[in-house]
Design a protein around this ligand. Structure first.
Ligand code: URA
Length: 231
């Protein structure tokens, strides 16, 4: 982890205050003065500020039920960041592992552990995300087998060179399905249904990996150790 981040995690200081301390030569790693904020430190390094040893707060892992009209960003835009709903210290030091659109609800995982979130976001890790999808056009029963096969074999999305990775489509009823995917391209689910001539009118993420959404809309909880270790 970067030394400036380590200082923020172990004190009440902001990133810019931590950088100032570094510039002033107040920070030592294993006895050596360190001024470069990008210097990497490890758990077993001794980091001192003004002679006092720092211990980093342990990482935080959170499940949040994202409401409509919030965004998965650390900065407010037309809609507010969903981090406003997470009433913890330094909530805006957290980041969101896998974005949802403003008009999508459901499970979002929030953390300050970049290595952990990589396991969720990277397509190479094949972490499954399950979406409940409401559709504008009914899926005709005589077309359903063919449609399931198309999602399984990969779809050509507009503007993409490669087909989508195999996806699992479970049809609940003619206008509602569950879709399991292991990648997270921009507007992926909406574009997948557009590619088969349909339109998503409601989208909700209910599961990431083994973690099922089990908190009310607009609320959050810390993940259990088992949940954290499941990635
Ligand atoms: N796919 C989408 O199209 N939107 C989301 O919010 C998530 C996946």
């Amino acid at each position: 982890m970067r030394i400036d981040k380590f200082i923020c995690k172990s004190t009440e200081l902001t990133r810019s205050e931590a950088k100032k301390l570094l510039k002033m030569g107040e920070v030592r790693v294993n006895g050596d003065v360190i001024k470069n904020a990008a210097t990497q430190v490890h758990e077993n390094n001794s980091v001192t500020v003004d002679g006092a040893e720092l211990t980093a707060r342990s990482s935080r892992y959170i499940m949040m039920h994202k409401p409509l009209d919030t965004i998965c960003s650390n900065v407010d835009e037309v809609y507010p960041s969903l981090l406003h709903y997470i009433e913890v210290d330094k909530a805006f030091d957290l980041h969101i592992a896998g974005r949802l659109d403003a008009d999508t609800t459901g499970l979002v995982l929030v953390t300050d552990d970049g290595r952990w979130s990589h396991n969720i976001i990277s397509p190479k890790k094949e972490c499954a995300k399950v979406y409940r999808v409401n559709l504008r056009n009914a899926i005709l029963s005589e077309k359903s087998v063919e449609l399931i096969e198309r999602f399984k074999s990969g779809l050509q999305l507009q503007g993409e060179d490669q087909l989508t990775l195999p996806a699992i489509l479970d049809i609940i009823n003619e206008k509602e399905v569950l879709l399991t995917i292991t990648e997270g391209k921009y507007h992926q689910v909406k574009r997948m249904f557009a590619a088969v001539g349909n339109k998503v009118v409601g989208l909700h993420r209910q599961q990431i990996g083994k973690i099922n959404l089990d908190v009310e809309l607009g609320t959050w909880r810390y993940l259990t150790n088992d949940e954290v270790n499941s990635f």
